[in-house]
Design a binder for this molecule. Structure first.
Ligand code: ZN
Length: 292
């Protein structure tokens, strides 16, 4: 009888120690992630930029999720919670509707949050394709612009966490080198393609086209689905200039692109302007463009 009781006590003790150990490990985990700088970004490519510079010292949250459109997206309540706990917000800083509509509200929710304008210092292209009154918001599609965005992010992280400046400097230098390499490779891959016409559903590629001397022809007009007349105009343009490929970003309906492609006996290819694996994605986009 005594033996049995002793056994019960021993089992009870083992369970207690295991439970305490488990709770303790949870607590250290929570403390560990609290040490990280909470950073919010608006669009996918900024995820890679912040992670590249911030490494394991940052926790990054994306506002406009994969498949969503930064021209129309509305943040969810859970995302707003993230913003109220964040130390830094990296805005695109161009007239992109998500930020035009929500930045003031987000800043008011968390007045202590450092807001970094990642495109500060970028030469903006006056927008004619999407909104005649604003400059083109899609700065990130150019690796040259990405370098400026990364520098702005670096400055922000150093301001928040000056003790780790050396760490951020090394990371920034490494990633900037990769962007330089990407830039050089794109130039090389697109050699001989100067002035090629890129017919694309949504005009997100102006900065890319400017850097590598391509010509962007949008299907969408003023941020809206094209009319049948506009579709007919694009078909005529494609036939006249012998263009056989229609590009579209994954967040848009391929309907009108498919109509045009079938009329010109061409095909529709998907290119993503918002992918989170920035360098890898631009390599793929370049590969796609260079086969036109
Ligand atoms: Zn866009």
């Amino acid at each position: 009888m005594n033996k049995k009781r002793l056994l019960i006590v021993i089992i009870f003790l083992i369970f207690t120690v295991a439970a305490l150990y488990y709770l303790y490990s949870l607590k250290t985990d929570a403390n560990g992630s609290k040490d990280k700088i909470e950073v919010i970004v608006s669009v996918g490519p900024q995820m890679e930029f912040v992670k590249a510079v911030g490494g394991d010292k940052v926790e990054v949250t994306l506002m406009v999720p994969p498949g969503a459109d930064p021209h129309t997206y509305e943040p969810l309540p859970d995302q707003l919670n993230h913003v109220s706990n964040a130390q830094m917000y990296v805005e695109v800083g161009t007239p992109i509707e998500f930020e035009l509509n929500y930045m003031d509200k987000l800043k008011k929710m968390n007045p202590n949050m450092l807001v970094v304008n990642s495109s500060s210092g970028v030469d903006l292209i006056p927008n004619t394709a999407e909104n005649e009154n604003n400059s083109d918001p899609h700065v990130w599609v150019s690796p040259k612009n990405a370098k400026i965005m990364v520098e702005n992010i670096y400055q922000g992280l150093v301001q928040i966490d000056p003790n780790n400046t050396g760490y951020y400097t090394t990371n920034r230098n490494n990633y900037t080198e990769q962007l330089d390499e990407l830039d050089a490779n794109i130039t090389k891959s697109l050699e001989g393609k100067e002035n090629s016409q890129i017919i694309v559903y949504h005009p997100a590629w102006a900065y890319f086209c400017k850097d590598y001397h391509l010509q962007q022809i949008p299907i969408e007009s003023g941020g809206k689905e094209p009319t049948s007349q506009e579709i007919a105009d694009v078909i005529e343009f494609a036939r006249k200039n012998d263009v056989k490929v229609i590009f579209i970003e994954p967040q848009y309906s391929p309907k009108s692109a498919e109509v045009i492609a079938s009329e010109i006996n061409g095909k529709v290819l998907i290119i993503d302007d918002l992918a989170q694996n920035y360098i890898e994605n631009l390599k793929n986009v370049t590969e796609t463009f260079s086969n036109v």
